[in-house]
Ligand binder design. Structure first.
Ligand code: NAD
Length: 269
């Protein structure tokens, strides 16, 4: 049995993950954490999520959580996640990080902190998106420099970071495949007399509207044709399922930093 602690337990993703844990064999909730001052602190997590009493009360401090934890699952906020990772590493709990909005410096720092434990870090836990990342790597390599690359992402109006971590990851995969440095060629929105589009640009546009769960379209625009590769998330269930798959996988791995390509066995395909 894998003992899981969920941070951001009263959030959109945290709630989905706890509900899914209650329906999944081989994994059990032993701790749930929210921000200090959250109105549900001290309440039974199962009760406020409509699952019935679980005996797990919502805590406001991860370090107070059960010593019996095997894995922490974090979908919170970029200001919070570094502390979560430090505490998990100290306690040698494995950790699954779905939180997005991390800078490249923070991502590099995580690589250092988690050397003492095992961590899956992925801005998108869906199987479809991770297959798409694999496809993008191949398509970019085949099409090469003759096709303009534009990424359009759309999310709900409550999303805090832009562009999405998934869109940045897609841009990074394409940049690596084309031998470009994303720091130099990444463009985030356009306005004014910007002149002709330089061929090496990799552009990301972010749309925020209503309750869109998450759409990502990558356009490879050539002369006389364009190729579009699209992923649309219909609900958050696919992210929660991916997070649980990662949690069950990571506890048996060697110490180190992994992503969903490793979890899904896509790395060497
Ligand atoms: P949300 O705002 O609904 O939930 C975040 C929760 O974290 C909130 O309940 C908040 O109170 C809580 N929180 C804040 N500070 C905390 C602290 N110190 N300790 C514990 N909890 C704290 O947001 P969401 O839609 O659930 O998304 C959360 C994160 O996950 C975002 O970064 C989002 O972009 C990301 N996300 C990733 C994936 C993926 O597949 N990797 C999918 C969806 C969302």
């Amino acid at each position: 049995m894998v003992n899981a602690i969920v941070t951001g337990a009263a959030g959109r993703m945290g709630g989905k993950i706890i509900s899914l844990i209650s329906d999944t064999e081989g994994i059990e909730l032993v701790g749930a954490v929210e921000r200090k001052g959250h109105p549900l602190i001290g309440k039974d997590v199962g009760e406020f999520l409509g699952l019935g009493a679980t005996g797990v009360l919502l805590e406001d401090d991860l370090s107070k959580c059960a010593e019996a934890g095997d894995v922490v699952i974090d979908f919170t906020h970029r200001d919070v996640v570094m502390d979560t990772i430090r505490i998990a590493a100290e306690k040698e709990w494995a950790i699954v990080v779905g939180t997005t909005g991390l800078t490249s410096e923070e991502t590099a720092e995580i690589g250092g902190i988690v050397q003492g434990t095992r961590c899956v870090l992925a801005p998108n836990m869906s199987v479809g998106v991770n297959v798409m990342l694999k496809v993008l790597d191949t398509v970019a390599a085949i099409l090469g420099d003759q096709y303009d690359v534009e990424i359009v992402e759309a999310h709900h109006n409550l999303k805090k970071d832009a562009p999405s971590g998934t869109a940045i990851k897609m841009a990074q995969v394409i940049a690596d495949s084309l031998g470009r440095n994303l720091e130099d060629v990444g463009i985030y929105g356009r306005k004014g007399m910007i002149g002709e589009r330089p061929g090496e640009e990799i552009a990301i546009q972010a749309v925020r509207a209503g309750d869109i769960v998450g759409d990502h379209t990558v356009i490879f625009g050539g002369v006389g044709e364009r190729l579009e590769i699209i992923h649309r998330a219909h609900s958050r269930d696919n992210f929660a399922k991916g997070a649980l798959r990662a949690a069950l996988w990571i506890v048996d791995q060697e110490k180190g930093l992994y992503d969903m390509q490793d979890v899904l066995g896509l790395r060497n395909i």
